[in-house]
Design a protein around this ligand. Structure first.
Ligand code: TRP
Ligand code: ZN
Length: 483
């Protein structure tokens, strides 16, 4: 049962790049230049110095166009209506941000759609579209807090045939949409600083046809309201979240809510095709979240849960507070994996995609810890199985620096997990488990790097661990077995 998702992701033999499609989106360009301008002079009339233009990427060499420079987002308020029959998505994104330099223009990432209007601090602003970049012209002081509102509509165009993942982003389904955005698919449904190094809180006001359920991150704010055949769901994620974990999964769902035995609110939902799984999804998600609090430290968010949709993705994504399982009944192993991500990946997020093992290696090791906890084989046995069955490819791919066109390689999962087991074996349980808790406590809601983890492991253990991490994370060769 272990590593089901990995197997399904990788056994499919999908190989190419994760990078989002850069196809130009026909319909998107005209509106901006013709938008009525109130106080802002047209872009052409400005003397834009490069020094005051926010960069078109946030500085991650793996995805140069992802994210943007010159500002930090603090909050996204998304007010969107989705019509499953026509696949039409429209509404507004209102973004609170803070300039980190003097700005004359800055970018958001957005793929497709027609943008009808942009305001900055309530005043109409000039804008342009180039590929997946939305450029907004506005003069802002360094340090200024500002509010951008983007009105847009169109048919979502998810990323297709990506590397190890198939499709991702906003994926229309027969009765709604399956929305899973790692690594950079948020821009397929809202304008954003689409990179995990810029975390923000979120509000979602989602309007769908009556009878359809709209599920987002965080908790419902009040009872959904129905009027004129449409229901509006208001969801609020009050803890920082990376853009790729945002979701507005919609469709027909059966829902069960309550509290875990440990007192954490639980929201579980299944597509009618998986209604038989609702209770086990609910019970296991509750039980596993509770258990992880004893191993990883306090649960970082206000609720937990899970969603099973009938879109046959064959994979799961750790959407904040509500992992989503695409077209299969999840077993304990994969639930343990996705819920471990709530600490590793979601509360503590990577700053750069090269460090992805900090998410996937930890979540894979969590599967081994869960199996150990359940008496289904120790982590040492899981390690030995993984070591024995690892392919040459895994030994050639050091997981400590992912490959940009093969981010979700099995090595990042399995050899990443083995690296943690090697560390545990070296420093012992009395250092290893306190290290996990200190790691999640010190960097709660923040961004982390591999170097920071190695530093903390060395401090807590009092050992020099360069050789161990070199062997398991950084060298393209098979390390000696441990234990
Ligand atoms: N992070 C997911 C996991 O291991 C895998 C994944 C990556 C994914 N990108 C995705 C799943 C996009 C769905 C969509 O649990
Ligand atoms: Zn994972």
């Amino acid at each position: 049962m272990r590593g089901r998702k990995v197997v399904s992701l990788l056994a499919a033999g999908l190989t190419v790049a994760c990078s989002a499609s850069n196809s130009a989106t026909g319909a998107d360009n005209a509106a901006g230049r013709e938008a009525p301008i109130a106080s802002n002079p047209p872009a052409a009339a400005r003397s834009v110095s490069a020094a005051t233009a926010g960069t078109t990427g946030i500085g991650d060499p793996y995805f140069p166009g992802d994210g943007n420079g010159g500002y930090d987002v603090t909050h996204y308020a998304l007010a969107l209506a989705y019509e499953p029959r026509s696949k039409h998505l429209g509404g507004s994104a209102t973004i609170d941000a803070k300039a980190t330099q003097e700005l004359s223009q800055f970018n958001l990432d957005l793929h497709g759609f027609t943008v009808s209007a942009v305001t900055v601090n309530g005043r109409p602003a000039q804008f342009e579209r180039h590929g997946d970049e939305l450029t907004i012209f506005s003069d802002l002081r360094d340090g200024a807090a500002f509010k951008v509102a983007v009105a847009y509509a169109g048919t979502p165009d998810p990323v297709q045939n990506s590397s190890n993942l198939g499709s991702y982003g906003f994926i229309p389904t027969a009765d709604g949409a399956f929305v899973t955005c790692e690594p950079n698919g948020a821009k397929t449904w809202f304008p954003s600083n689409d990179h995990p190094s810029d975390k923000a809180t979120f509000d979602f006001t989602l309007t769908v046809p009556e009878g359809v359920t709209a599920i987002a991150n965080g908790e419902l704010a009040g009872t959904p309201q129905t009027k004129d055949g449409k229901t509006t769901f208001v969801w609020r994620e009050s803890n920082p979240m990376v853009t790729y974990l945002a979701t507005m999964t919609t469709g027909k769902f059966q829902v069960r809510t309550g509290d875990s035995p440990g007192g954490i609110p639980v929201y579980a939902a299944t597509d009618p095709r998986f209604s038989k799984s609702l209770n086990s999804l609910y019970d296991q998600s509750a039980r596993i979240t509770d258990y992880w609090t004893t191993v990883f430290g306090p649960y970082p968010f206000k609720s937990t849960g899970g969603v099973v949709d009938d879109f046959a993705a064959g994979y799961a994504l750790e959407n904040q507070t509500k992992p989503i399982y695409g077209g299969f009944e999840p077993d304990e192993g994969i639930i343990a994996h996705e819920l471990a991500h709530q600490w590793f990946g979601n509360s503590l997020s990577i700053n750069r995609w090269k460090d992805l093992w900090l998410n996937e290696g930890f979540a894979t090791y969590a599967e081994w810890l869960w199996s150990e906890h359940r008496g289904n084989g120790t982590a040492q046995q899981s390690f030995e199985d993984a070591y024995a069955s690892a392919t040459d490819e895994i030994w050639k791919y050091p997981p400590g620096v992912t490959r940009p066109n093969d981010l979700f390689n099995a090595s990042v999962y399995v050899r990443g997990g083995m690296a943690l087991h090697a560390l545990r074996t070296e420093i012992g349980d009395t250092k290893f488990f306190p290290l996990l808790k200190k790691w999640t406590a010190d960097h709660r809601y923040g961004n982390v790097t591999t170097e920071q983890f190695i530093d903390m492991a060395e401090k807590i253990s009092g050992e020099q661990l360069d050789d161990l991490f070199d062997a398991w994370l950084f060298k393209p060769a098979k390390p000696a077995s441990v234990g």
